[in-house]
Design a protein around this ligand. Structure first.
Ligand code: PEP
Length: 257
């Protein structure tokens, strides 16, 4: 099984130019020194950092940079937007698509997200595609159907070759930035469900090889119990990715597995 272990930090709209460089330098140094397993680290930074941070980590094989979004069109009169091609042109390899904050505040729906996935893949970016239910959906037992629809509507048009280049991130919306984490059992149950949905649509082999990350108040204290679950292949980390010590400690949870 060639499933990649990934820890991705989503900085959101945090860190100016200098404090961003400081954070990266510290985190890379500490992770290299303390992590004793093969884990891929991704820093999803604001756009202003992409080029310089990409240069900084270019020679480090397990460190990568991600954009937090891209536009769904190739180019044109879209003031304030950034294209997949531009992101790729500075050497960036990943892009987050479908984060719940963009679904909520920018009203990004499944159809639009499908176009973003397409243009990201066309430009050889690896989408980290986020899915997850809101609190009321979990409370009314609609969490599985919600996540299934999100997968169907944005990813089911892809070919088997294309889907192999997607990383999934299950992020229950009620756990993001709230300090309320899904229990390892709740997360494992959903990750296994996601894998079964992907197996039924694509293939068992593709589903087995797919990295599915957990996101939602993951921190140094709960990382080990989450990452030890069979279908959890790492994390998408928000708040805790802004402190090099916490982000490193989340990585080194893998040392003990
Ligand atoms: C996120 O924004 O993807 C996230 C998981 O945030 P946090 O870790 O702060 O809950």
């Amino acid at each position: 099984m060639s499933r990649k272990k990934i820890v991705a930090g989503n900085w959101k709209m945090n860190k100016d130019y200098l404090t961003g460089l400081e954070l990266i330098s510290e985190a890379v140094y500490m992770i290299k020194d303390e992590l004793h397993r093969e884990v891929t680290t991704v820093f999803a930074t604001p756009y202003i950092h992409l080029s310089s941070i990409q240069k900084l980590i270019a020679t480090e094989s397990n460190f990568h940079v991600a954009a937090q979004n891209c536009h769904h069109e190739k180019a044109g009169a879209y003031t304030g937007e950034i294209s997949a091609e531009m992101i790729k042109s500075v050497g960036v390899e990943y892009v987050i698509i479908g984060h719940s904050e963009r679904r909520e505040y920018q009203h990004e729906d499944s159809k639009l997200l499908a176009k973003k996935v397409d243009i990201a893949l066309e430009n050889k970016l690896i989408p980290i595609f986020c899915i997850g239910e809101k609190l009321e959906e979990r409370e009314t037992e609609k969490h599985f159907s919600t996540v299934q629809s999100q997968l169907e509507e944005s990813l089911f048009h892809l070919t088997n070759d294309q889907i192999k280049n997607i990383v999934l991130a299950y992020e229950p919306v009620w756990a993001i930035g709230t300090g309320k984490t899904a229990s390892p059992e709740q997360a494992q149950e959903m990750h296994a469900f996601i894998r079964s949905v992907m197996a039924a649509k694509f293939s068992e082999e593709i589903a087995e090889d797919m990295s599915i990350l957990y996101g939602g108040s993951c921190n140094p204290t709960n990382a080990k119990s989450l990452f030890s679950q069979k279908d959890i292949d790492g994390g998408l980390i928000g708040g805790a990715s802004l402190k090099s010590r916490d982000f490193t400690d989340i990585h080194i949870a893998f040392n003990e597995l």
